[in-house]
Design a protein around this ligand. Sequence first.
Ligand code: GLC
Length: 460
Amino acid sequence: MTDAHAHALQDAQDRLRRAVVRHRGEPVGTVAARDGRAETLNYDQVFVRDFFPAGLALLAQGEHAVVRGFLRAVLSLQVQEAHLDCHLPGRGALPASFKASEGRLEADYGDKAIGRVVPADSVFWWVWLLRAYGRATGDDALAREAGFQAGLRRAFELCLTTQFDMYPTLLVPEGAFMIDRRMGVYGYPLEIQALFFLALRAGLELLSDDAAHRPLRAAMAARAGKLAHFVREHYWLDWERLNALYSHPGEQYGASVRNRFNVNPAAIPAWLYDWLPDEGGYLIGNLGPGRMDFRWFAQGNLLAALGGLLAPAQAAAALALVAARWEDLVGRMPLKLVYPALTGADWERLTGHDVKNAAWSYHNGGHWPVLLWVWSAACLRAGRGDWARRALESAGERLCAHGWPEYYDGRSGRLLGKQARRGQTWTMAGFLLGHALLEEPARLAWLAFDGEVEPLACSL
Ligand code: GLC
């Protein structure tokens, strides 16, 4: 390790500790960013999704209290009662973020956030963190507390509720996850499906087997199997599959047809034919009636590889694709969030002329160093620690010199993000957690699962 690299690690560690937020004297999370220059907006809040890697990085440093405090604080903010109030998300939902103010926790369920987006991912990050906390500390008693058991039950009842659709995937509004702005990601975005699957697996370990939980547990297990089958079958793309899609018939009616979603081959974008490598494949970004979003989304693919939503051979192929397209997807600052960027009329129409999401910037093709942790974890699980190390080593020095920015811009991530916050907590955490995993690969068991979920075929 170079001196500069060691210095980056120390700096990230010190800053992460300083980012801890207290409520009535107890630690309850970390602020999203501390940047003296930029407008604060809501970056002074504790974001549930941002805390996941921060919590894991703190666990790796032996700091348990803050993770416990966070898990309790978020539970206290869960929507507890069934209600008919259209201004509150359903029972079981969690906020995107909260802040400790004058002895109170003030939550934002999307009622104040820019664009008024309701998070669907918070509940999944919380469940998965609860499981990771137990793994890392050996403290299983927390999840067994009656309050946590009730919280888990509410969370899964919310996700398994049937509404106006019949896919095993979960239907969510625009921007309901890390991409929390308009980007054409409404419907059945991959990241939500990968997180849902992880949470189902974690939940099955955490929710007790009491008679009262049995029907819910059975539904959770069945859903995980159906989700695995559906995603592996319909989201997976490689040359074999692309060839099949290319000559898909249309307008087919009935239970067993080839082109179930009536996707027109003319909708396959031209860039894909040049870009898709011979070896490797990936999960497309979204799937619905007449719609396949062929963009590559980093977090969804890596979470699917890490959590077992992808079969082992597909997971290896998904990582091989990144290695084959290293310049595009890893570039100078791991990793690109989405490839390729929306440009021109697509950008106008799908983002609503969102200037922050201009092509190759921010969510629209920017590079997010927070993804270093999930990249490292997915690589380790697939036995490719060398790819994880390659990405991490190229990043540390620059991240520290630039003051831990939120994101980078440009096709290869050489530009500092135009509106990137500095002192961004999950940037430090992504780097630290990537290191913690490489240094001690046994920590992968905090995140990953043993064995495989048996895929269950379904008629859709
Ligand atoms: C931005 C990101 C979101 C993140 C938040 C706080 O809104 O899009 O994913 O949680 O900043 O860092």
